[in-house]
Ligand binder design. Sequence first.
Ligand SMILES: *Cc1c(COP(=O)(O)O)cnc(C)c1O
Length: 241
Amino acid sequence: MAEISPTAKRIAENAAEVRRRIAAAAARAGRSGEAVKLVAVTKYFGSEVARQVVEAGCNVLGENRPQELERKAADLADLPVEWHLIGSLQKNKVRKVLASASLIHSVDDWPLLAAIQSASAALGKTAAVLLEVNCSGDATKHGFSPEGLEQAWEAWPAHPNVRVRGLMTMAALDGGPEVARANFAALRNLRDRLAARTRPDVELRELSMGMSGDYEIAVEEGATIVRVGTALYEGAVAMSH
Ligand SMILES: *Cc1c(COP(=O)(O)O)cnc(C)c1O
């Protein structure tokens, strides 16, 4: 491999540290860190930085805006990258997102799920999604309410071109670590209750939870996917937010 840039080198060091912390948190919970997937969030920067993130050894990238995902996926088409959409999706963008994203973390209502079904049927493929749950009760957050999801579980129609692979949540923004832990535990408990009510189109294996500030707590509480941005860029690229 060609020599990597100082920026990519620093991102690689940061990613290694994140992975070490994931492994330690997983060990505390009696799990293996290898069972936890790191989604490197590239939304703060353009395609050039995203390319360095891949050079740094991260090949699962997350974007929160469909248009940005599409643009970066095109710019990095020469690289072996798996793209995840982690932010909200409007029905009219579904088709385009399905062309480049391998997992949509942010299905937050039934009409969106139905739109994903029709778009993926039209494309002759099967879409993989997570259902976003608002575990914090924060009114500014998207997602199903836990109660709403439990009430509707048997009632929503089967979607032959969609596989629901798990649940996703974001912890309350300013609640601190104990509130985050309670939010993550709530998602895990909800997953356990729903998984006991088997549906043929659902396989609730993934729990996407944890960001730079709280991913260790999330892994202790059972996360199988963490979405980390900020922590990867420390000392590597100046952040503007
Ligand atoms: C931005 C974002 C992240 C990453 O947040 P950091 O604090 O930068 O790690 C994770 N998940 C979602 C849904 C996001 O929008």
